[in-house]
Design a protein around this ligand. Structure first.
Ligand code: HEM
Length: 485
C-alpha cells in the first residue's frame, strides 16, 4: 500500500522524476494552469528530458527539438493509437475502433484519409470555395445603407466561427436535397460550442454524468448525423461518403455509433480551424503593413493588375492559385506558430532504451507516455527571434518559402508542428491551410478590415493547452466595409 501511495521512484538511466505532493493527481493542476510556463520552469531546473506524474500517468517530456526526429521516426516501440482508440471514442461516444468486433476498421478509416489530400484536395477545395462564396454573398456582401459610412461592426471570433463552421459543414456533409443551406445551422453551432467548452474535461476522461448537460447536448449533436438524416443530403464529400461505406460494413456498429463517428469528424474539421482562422485574421487586421502585402499578393495572383475588385464579382481561386500565395501562407504559419499548443503523445509498448541523439538515451518503462510539446519550440528565442512578435514574412526568404531554422547552429528538421507529427499527423492539414487561405482571400478582396480602438491585445486562453489551437480569452471587436463603397 505504501508503495502505491508513494508511487514509483527513479531507476538508473531514467530521466529525473518529478512528482506532485498529492499522490495520483501529481502535477496535473499546475500543468493545466499554464503548460508552457510549467514546462519551461522544469526545463530550467531539470534539463531537456524529465518525467512528470500527471493525472496518474507518467509523462516523459522531450524538450530539445533536435531530439524530435528520433521520437517521431520510432515505430514499433512507441505507439500513437492510444489516443485514437481510447480517448476519442470516450469523448465522442463510439466504441473503441481497434477491437475484435470491428476487424480491419482502423486500417479502412486510415485509408479514407487520403480523400482529404492529393488529387482529392482539388474537388474539396473547389467545393469549399463555392460554399464560402455563398455565405459571404448571402450574409455579408449586400450593402446596408445607413451604416456608419459603410462600416459595420462585428465580433471577430464569432464572425470567423460562424462562417467557417457552416462552410466546412456544407463542404464535408453536403446540403439538404431541397435547399442550399441547412435550416438550423445556428442551433447546431451553439450546441457544438457548448460541447466544445467541455472538450478538455472529456479528454481528461471525466465521467459524463459529472458534466451536467453535456451528455444530452452530445446526444443531440450525434443525432444530427443519423443515417436517415444523412440520406437526405446531397453534394457530400468523397471522404464522408467513404467513411459511411466503411461503417456500413460492420453490422455491430449501431446507427448511433455511425453518427457519433461523423460527429467526431465535424469536431476535427472545425474545432481547430475556426480559432486558427481567427488568429490569422486578427494578426493581419492588427498589422496593416502585412495586410497590405498579402492583399497585393492576392491581386497579383488573380491577375487583377491594379483593376479594383468589385463586390458584384465572385471570387474563384484554383488550388494552383492558392499554392502561389506564399506571403499569405507565411502569415498563416506565423499565426499557427503563435497560437497552437498541441501535445504529441506516444506510448511505450515495452521497457526499452530510447535513443535521443548520438550520445544520449534514456530508459523508458512500458506504458509510459513520451510527450513532445511543440509550443516550447515555437516560442524558443534561440530558434525564432522575438518569438512573441507576429512577423508575417517569417517563413519567407528571397521570395520563396523559408525552411531553414536553427538551434545551437544545427538545422532543425521540425520547426513548425501545429498538426502533430509522424504517422499520427493531421490528415486534414492541407485542406485546413487552403480553407483559411480562401476565407482570408474573400475577406481581403471584398472588405477593409480594422480592429476597433480601445481594446487590449488579444491573449491566448490556456484552458486547452495540449489540445490544439488555443482560443482567445475574449472576443475582439472589429469593423469592416465593402472596399468598393
Ligand atoms: C488529427 C491539428 C484541421 C482532420 C489532428 C491532430 C492534430 C490536428 C494536432 C492530432 C495529431 C496527433 O495525434 O499527433 C489540426 C489543426 C487544424 C486541423 C491545427 C486546423 C488548423 C483539420 C481538418 C480536418 C482534420 C480541416 C478534416 C477535414 C483530422 C483527423 C484527425 C486529426 C481525421 C485524426 C487522425 C487520426 O485518427 O489518425 N489534427 N487539424 N483536421 N485531424 Fe486535424
Amino acid at each position: 500500500v505504501l508503495c502505491v501511495l508513494r508511487g514509483r521512484s527513479r531507476r538508473d538511466g531514467e530521466p529525473p522524476l518529478i512528482k506532485g505532493w498529492i499522490p495520483f493527481i501529481g502535477k496535473a493542476l499546475e500543468f493545466g494552469r499554464d503548460a508552457h510556463k510549467f514546462l519551461e520552469e522544469h526545463k530550467k531546473k531539470f534539463g531537456d528530458i524529465f518525467t512528470v506524474q500527471i493525472a496518474g500517468k507518467y509523462m516523459t517530456f522531450i524538450m530539445d527539438p533536435l531530439m524530435y526526429p528520433s521520437i517521431i521516426k520510432h515505430g514499433r516501440q512507441l505507439d500513437f493509437n492510444e489516443f485514437s482508440n481510447t480517448v476519442a471514442p470516450f469523448t465522442f461516444g463510439y466504441p473503441p475502433v481497434i477491437s475484435r468486433k470491428f476487424p480491419g476498421m482502423r486500417e479502412k478509416i486510415k485509408r479514407s484519409f487520403h480523400l482529404l489530400q492529393g488529387d482529392s484536395l482539388t474537388p474539396l477545395t473547389e467545393s469549399m470555395m463555392s460554399n464560402l462564396m455563398l455565405l459571404f454573398r448571402q450574409d455579408h456582401l449586400e450593402e446596408r445603407p445607413g451604416d456608419d459610412g459603410g462600416w459595420r461592426s462585428g465580433s471577430m471570433y464569432e464572425f470567423c466561427y460562424t462562417v467557417m463552421f457552416e462552410a466546412t459543414f456544407l463542404t464535408m456533409y453536403g446540403r439538404p436535397l431541397s435547399a442550399i443551406r441547412h435550416s438550423r445551422m445556428g442551433v447546431l453551432r451553439e450546441d457544438f460550442i457548448k460541447f466544445d467548452i467541455m472538450f478538455p474535461l472529456l479528454i481528461a476522461q471525466i465521467p459524463l454524468w459529472l458534466l451536467g448537460q453535456t451528455k444530452a447536448i452530445r446526444e443531440k449533436l450525434i443525432n444530427y448525423f443519423l443515417p436517415h438524416r444523412m440520406s437526405c443530403w446531397s453534394n457530400m464529400s468523397q471522404f464522408i461518403k467513404r467513411r459511411s461505406e466503411v461503417f456500413n460494413q460492420y453490422d455491430s456498429l449501431t446507427d448511433s455509433h455511425k453518427a457519433a463517428h461523423h460527429f467526431a469528424i465535424l469536431w476535427a474539421s472545425v474545432a481547430n480551424t475556426a480559432p486558427a482562422t481567427f488568429w490569422a485574421m486578427y494578426y493581419l487586421a492588427s498589422h496593416p503593413e502585412a495586410l497590405q502585402v498579402v492583399r497585393q499578393e492576392i491581386h497579383d495572383v488573380l491577375g487583377l493588375d491594379g483593376v479594383e475588385f468589385t463586390s458584384d464579382r465572385d471570387v474563384t481561386l484554383s488550388k494552383e492559385q492558392l499554392d502561389k500565395l506564399l506571403y499569405l501562407e507565411s502569415a498563416i504559419s506565423e499565426s499557427l506558430r503563435l497560437s497552437s499548443a498541441s501535445m504529441n503523445i506516444r506510448v511505450a509498448q515495452e521497457n526499452f532504451d530510447l535513443r535521443l541523439d548520438s550520445e544520449r538515451s534514456v530508459a523508458v518503462r512500458k506504458g509510459d507516455i513520451i510527450a513532445l510539446y511543440p509550443q516550447s519550440m515555437h516560442l524558443d528565442p534561440d530558434i525564432y527571434e522575438e518569438p512573441q512578435t507576429f512577423q508575417f514574412d517569417r517563413y519567407m526568404q528571397d521570395g520563396r518559402e523559408r525552411t531553414d531554422f536553427y538551434k545551437n547552429n544545427q538545422k532543425l528538421k521540425h520547426y513548425l508542428m501545429p498538426f502533430g507529427s509522424g504517422s499520427s499527423m493531421c490528415p486534414g492539414r492541407f485542406f485546413a491551410i487552403n480553407e483559411i487561405k480562401q476565407f482570408l482571400c474573400l475577406l481581403l478582396l471584398y472588405f477593409d478590415v480594422q480592429v476597433e480602438d480601445g481594446q487590449t491585445r488579444a491573449t491566448l486562453d490556456s484552458n486547452r493547452a495540449g489540445l490544439g489551437i488555443l482560443q482567445p480569452t475574449t472576443d475582439v471587436r472589429f469593423r469592416y466595409r465593402l472596399r468598393t463603397v
